[in-house]
Design a protein around this ligand. Structure first.
Ligand code: NAD
Ligand code: ZN
Length: 360
């Protein structure tokens, strides 16, 4: 499958298919990646042992000069320290203004490598080779960043890739829990935009969990399409991008309170989306919004209840830190039907509290 993302004057292709790593040389060349300047693959330690040699050898055979850099797996690598270290490797390897950085990995590698590409010599070319399901989300929109100890994603830039190459075979080595967590954002893209796709996810959950190539290819294609549609429309309708945060107000609070080790991002927002669905029903959406949301998310293996030991007060406090809180009311992305949401700027905090309690 091939999808073109158009953002402002820039557009770039997303290729999705089985065995695409084998075509990397040809596709890189087609999209203007230079063979005269060295390119640098950035990946993490978990992916390196599985897919790095493959990509290196395909690119070398095609005539590219390749350097690779491996980062420790996990969110803590999205740091200025890692940026500095990778910049050093880039300099030592002779990367110049015509070079490209290739991100082989999930959202962590994509965000960090993308920021290296955005800042090295004031910006060089960038290619994304996503290896997680969640990365369908991070590979569209051009946001790249590292974290500061005081705030996540606070040092960053917009830097669009030249192309995105999604090889479904690389996903076969993903831990099961990461598969499920990634599917959470896929379902989210249906819930905010495309009712038919929600039905499709409901009916094909088993195939998705089994990493069936056709099903997975379609789901990633739809997920990327929705994200691209929302992000490109947002340039005209300010605010629209906010709908991508469905489930995230509660989800971020849960991640903060539970500790990032207990709940993966996708798991936290699954619970958050159930909360938002409950909220939607309380504010007038049909009951099925709640039932369908809960059914789809549980079918793809995600948690739909709040771990009982989490304290409601702490969750509420964490949400209030989440800037969107004002004098007893909160901004919430609320479903009005399956496939449609609204940005409600005056949801009562007391009602949110009730919903959080009900989630246990
Ligand atoms: P991740 O990159 O940490 O990957 C999850 C885990 O899976 C890691 O341990 C990784 O080593 C491992 N892994 C990755 N691919 C593998 C494979 N094919 N086989 C075996 N193991 C593999 O996390 P993620 O969930 O992909 O991304 C999360 C990050 O994405 C966060 O930092 C978040 O801020 C960012 N993000 C960015 C955007 C954006 O618009 N830029 C959007 C959403 C999320
Ligand atoms: Zn998210």
């Amino acid at each position: 499958r091939e999808l073109t993302v158009e953002l402002g004057e820039r557009s770039y292709p997303i290729y999705i298919g089985e065995g695409l790593l084998d075509e990397a040389g040809k596709l890189f060349e087609r999209h203007g990646i230079s063979k005269k300047s060295p390119l640098m693959i950035i990946t993490d330690e978990n992916i390196a042992g599985r897919h790095l040699a493959h990509l290196e050898s395909v690119l070398q055979t095609a005539g590219f000069a390749v350097t690779s850099a491996i980062i420790p797996a996990g969110e803590t690598s999205k740091s200025l320290r890692e940026l500095e270290r990778l910049t050093g490797i880039a300099l030592e390897s002779g990367l110049d203004r015509k070079s490209a950085i290739v991100a082989l990995g999930g959202g962590v590698v994509g965000d960090l490598a993308g920021f290296v590409a955005a800042s090295y010599m004031r910006g060089i070319k960038f290619v994304q080779v996503p290896t997680t399901i969640l990365a369908h989300d991070s590979s569209v929109g051009g946001k790249v960043a590292v974290n500061h100890p005081l705030a996540k994603n606070i040092i960053g830039a917009f830097h669009q890739p030249e192309l995105v190459l999604y090889d479904l075979l690389t996903l076969q080595t993903l831990p099961e829990r990461e598969v499920k967590a990634g599917l959470s954002e896929v379902v989210k893209h249906g819930l905010i935009w495309d009712a038919e796709f929600v039905t499709w996810c409901d009916e094909n959950a088993g195939k998705l969990l089994a990493l069936d190539a056709d099903a997975l290819g379609y789901a990633l294609y739809k997920g990327c399409s929705v994200k691209a549609a929302v992000v490109s429309k947002d340039e005209r309708e300010n605010d629209l991008r906010a709908i991508l945060n469905l489930g995230h107000t509660i989800g971020h609070a849960l991640e903060a309170v539970a500790g990032y080790n207990e709940l993966l991002h996708g798991e936290a927002i699954a619970i958050g989306m159930i909360g938002s669905a409950k909220l939607g029903v309380r504010l007038g959406a049909p009951e099925e919004v709640y039932h369908v949301t809960k059914r789809v998310l549980s079918r793809v293996g995600l948690p739909v209840r709040l771990p009982e030991h989490l304290d409601t007060d702490e969750i509420m406090r964490a949400m209030m830190h989440d800037k969107k809180f004002q004098e007893g009311t909160m901004v919430f992305i609320v479903p009005t039907a399956i496939g449609t949401v609204e940005i409600n700027k005056s949801v009562s905090a007391a009602l949110v509290r009730e919903i959080v309690e009900e989630l246990k």
